[in-house]
Design a protein around this ligand. Structure first.
Ligand SMILES: [Zn+2]
Length: 263
């Protein structure tokens, strides 16, 4: 069950509104839902995928849960639910992909290169850093032959992508800056690929939203909107040219820019 897929579906309104009271059994310590009775059927909760605040009342937690039958529901403990304690409110069910028409289903999937898709599957998610690592690797393949080295400026999913892409050695040197990748072939050739500022992540209002999400202050809808913005950022990274994405790699290559830290 990929959480990002469920958040995309919520953002795109691919849900069935339920708004029904349901009887919930909670975990005695965490107080999270372990299962609920809906329309007379017991639905054991397999996993809590995400949780956020209610739009109207920030004291209420909404849980996005998957059940053992692989359905995804949003439910919350809400004042006004009938009875005491064990009655919760079931907001909606996320539609399964087979319930959507063919075109919807195609739109839900992000169209990405097969190599990147394979790496995303291995990495567990697709994110802007993974996409940047893949783009760095594509440039490195044009520069390095059998031997060579890539030095990344940080540990991130970009490094995971680069690990999977080439025969090169891979190093991390935090001192060179988070968004810098050096591609070195022997002593002579060194290309500095610095990711242009507009593709570095996150910035502006998105950074604020990211803070809210990481502090669990965001609603489920905001978390879904955040996922949509991440998707947008990935698409921008994938559709940019090398010259847009990196600060002029061609010029670096022609000038044979000296490697940082190598005299
Ligand atoms: Zn990542």
């Amino acid at each position: 069950m990929i959480v990002e897929e469920q958040l995309r579906a919520i953002y795109q309104g691919q849900i069935e509104r339920l708004d029904e009271a349901v009887s919930v059994r909670c975990h005695p310590i965490s107080r999270g839902p372990v299962g609920f009775v809906w329309r007379g059927v017991w639905h054991p909760v397999d996993r809590i995928l995400e949780w956020g605040r209610d739009d109207l009342d920030s004291n209420i937690d909404i849980f996005l849960v998957s059940t053992e039958s692989e359905e995804v529901f949003a439910l919350c403990r809400r004042p006004g639910s009938p009875g005491r304690g064990c009655w919760w409110w079931l907001y909606y069910r996320v539609l399964r992909s087979e319930e959507l028409g063919f075109f919807d289903r195609r739109l839900r999937r992000m169209l990405v290169d097969l190599e990147l898709k394979r790496m995303a599957d291995m990495n567990g998610h697709l994110c802007p850093d993974l996409a940047i690592g893949w783009r760095v690797g594509l440039v490195a393949r044009t520069i390095l032959q059998d031997d060579g080295e890539i030095v990344a400026g940080c540990m991130s999913c970009a490094v995971e992508a680069l690990k999977n892409m080439g025969p090169w050695r891979l190093k991390v040197d935090m001192a060179q800056g988070r968004h810098m990748y050096q591609v070195r072939s022997g002593k002579d050739i060194c290309v500095n690929l610095e990711v242009s500022e507009r593709f570095t992540w996150p910035d502006g209002d998105l950074a604020l939203l990211e803070q809210r999400v990481s502090r669990h202050e965001a609603s489920l809808e905001e978390i879904a909107a955040y996922q949509a913005r991440i998707d947008e950022q990935i698409q921008e990274i994938l559709s940019a040219t090398d010259h847009e994405l990196f600060s002029d790699p061609e010029q670096n290559r022609l000038l044979g820019v000296a490697c940082i830290g190598s005299a």
